[in-house]
Design a protein around this ligand. Structure first.
Ligand SMILES: Cc1cc2nc3c(=O)[nH]c(=O)nc-3n(C[C@H](O)[C@H](O)[C@H](O)COP(=O)(O)OP(=O)(O)OC[C@H]3O[C@@H](n4cnc5c(N)ncnc54)[C@H](O)[C@@H]3O)c2cc1C
Length: 432
């Protein structure tokens, strides 16, 4: 395909979702990815948690609407992938209420959208999941801090929603989307790097690939994950953005789950801002554990998304394991780390960027801040709405595009994801 209607840069879960939506709606789409397979970038590292806890109206509504597609994944994808279909594992989600997170606004919005939940006392939490220590340790502390070993000084209530869960294989989910997109006529070219965004005055006219080949296209979408800031700079649009984004290195671990906190025990996904961590049960009696960037932890921003360490480090391993052992006292810290280093593409306010730019025909779906896997099914629809609005002559910067959620019938205002927004008030971490 030498002159498609659309070039999508990146074949992760975002690029694949966009390709499916656009090709389903009659456009010829070429996805180029410098990696080797759909979802082999940061998508492959994802904890793939589908939850509805965000800070704002639009972000909660988006997560709830998008979840409807994960609940009926095969129906959404619309084609059986011969390599298998990713599966939704419903576990429920428990968030401890602590300083800075009282869950009140959350509950108001959940009531408004009809998201079911329960408010649980510490006793109720322990009755259901005896594996928990429900004590309060706030604030999260460095493990070098002598106060880290202090006994808890109070007890935590929790919000529990029964419908949250995770996708068992995020890379396979991207593969499912790519497979369905291919059936709709989209082409995916892997091991193919975009090295230039071509423009004629104020319009994009295509891309140049490593090796010199030029592809002509009136629409180019930046879905390059942690490389997206690099692509935005290449396109000359990074400077106009009021909200910026940058790769942030993280680590996630998969230690053995303690008894009482396995999938078979109906263990929930846990957001534990009290200790600065999140964790969930995983297949094979394992856990999936990461951090929520508490203020005491240094953040490892990366200058070059092609030059970073994807192995685990002692620093992260000890911190994550020791914190987990405070919340799950029967957790046995393994001798060796089983985990990975990975990159988020983090914005200033941890809210993503789904937007047009001042370069006509050049769009971005990036800044996913470690929390947007769950929204991939909707992002294709968002990008289609932005493209169609631009084609109708609507300037989204002035007259914001809105997408009506199919499940709730409520409007999601895409200006919430604008590069020109005033920074949103959020948790300021991966919770978004
Ligand atoms: C450790 C971790 C845990 C996470 N946990 C969750 C979670 O529990 N829930 C949740 O909702 N979200 C989570 N996320 C976030 C979520 O996984 C990401 O937002 C999502 O996967 C990003 O998808 P993407 O397609 O934008 O990026 P990617 O999957 O990184 O895809 C981008 C692609 O662009 C390609 N590319 C880059 N530059 C170029 C170029 N110049 N030319 C061609 N191709 C290029 C890359 O090769 C790559 O394949 C997590 C992320 C990480 C890293």
């Amino acid at each position: 395909m030498s002159s498609p209607d659309v070039v999508v840069i990146g074949g992760g879960v975002m690029g694949a979702s966009i390709a499916l939506e656009l090709s389903r709606n009659g456009r010829t789409v070429l996805v180029v990815d410098k990696g080797g397979a759909p979802g082999a970038g940061s998508t492959s590292a994802s904890s793939a948690i589908i939850r509805f806890t965000y800070s704002n109206y639009n972000t909660i509504l988006m997560a709830w609407e998008s979840a409807q597609h994960w609940f009926k994944w095969n129906e959404f994808v619309g084609a059986e992938d011969p390599d298998g279909m990713a599966k939704y594992v419903q576990t429920g989600y428990l968030v401890f209420l602590t300083e800075g997170y009282d869950g009140v606004r959350q509950r108001e919005l959940w009531d408004q959208f009809g998201i079911p939940y329960e408010l649980l006392s510490p006793e109720q939490v322990r009755d259901r999941w005896p594996a928990f220590e429900t004590g309060k340790f706030y604030p999260p502390k460095s493990i070098e801090d002598p106060a880290f070993a202090d006994d808890p000084y109070d007890q935590l209530w929790a919000l529990y929603d029964p419908l949250s869960g995770f996708m068992d294989d995020p890379m396979l989910a991207a593969h499912n989307l790519a497979h369905a997109a291919r059936l709709e006529g989209a082409e995916f070219r892997f091991h193919t790097e975009v090295v230039e965004i071509r423009r004629d005055a104020d319009r994009v006219i295509g891309v140049t690939l490593a090796g010199g080949e030029q592809v002509d296209a009136p629409i180019v979408i930046n879905a390059a994950g942690p490389h997206a800031a690099k692509i935005n700079r290449m396109a000359g649009v990074y400077g106009e953005m009021k909200v910026h984004h940058q790769p942030l290195r993280q680590e996630v671990f998969s230690p053995p789950a303690p008894k009482g906190f396995r999938l078979e025990d109906d263990a929930p996904i846990v957001a534990d801002l009290d200790l600065g961590q999140y964790f969930r049960p995983h297949m094979g009696d394992l856990l999936n554990v990461g951090t929520t960037e508490p203020a005491c932890d240094p953040l490892h921003f990366i200058e070059d998304a092609d030059d970073w360490n994807d192995s685990t480090t002692v620093e992260f391993f000890e911190r994550v394991m020791l914190r987990l052992a405070r919340r799950l006292p029967d957790f046995g810290i393994p001798l060796k780390p089983l985990g990975i280093g990975a990159l988020y593409d983090v914005t200033d306010d941890w809210i993503p960027l789904y937007d047009k730019t001042s370069l006509g025909g050049f769009f971005m779906a990036c800044g996913t801040s470690g929390n947007q896997f769950k929204n991939a099914p909707l992002v294709g629809k968002f990008m289609r709405a932005l493209i169609e609005a631009a084609e109708r002559g609507v300037d989204h910067d002035v007259d914001p595009v809105k997408v009506v959620g199919a499940h709730t019938g409520q409007e999601i205002d895409l200006s919430a994801f604008s590069r020109l927004r005033t920074q949103a008030v959020t948790a300021g971490n991966v919770m978004g």
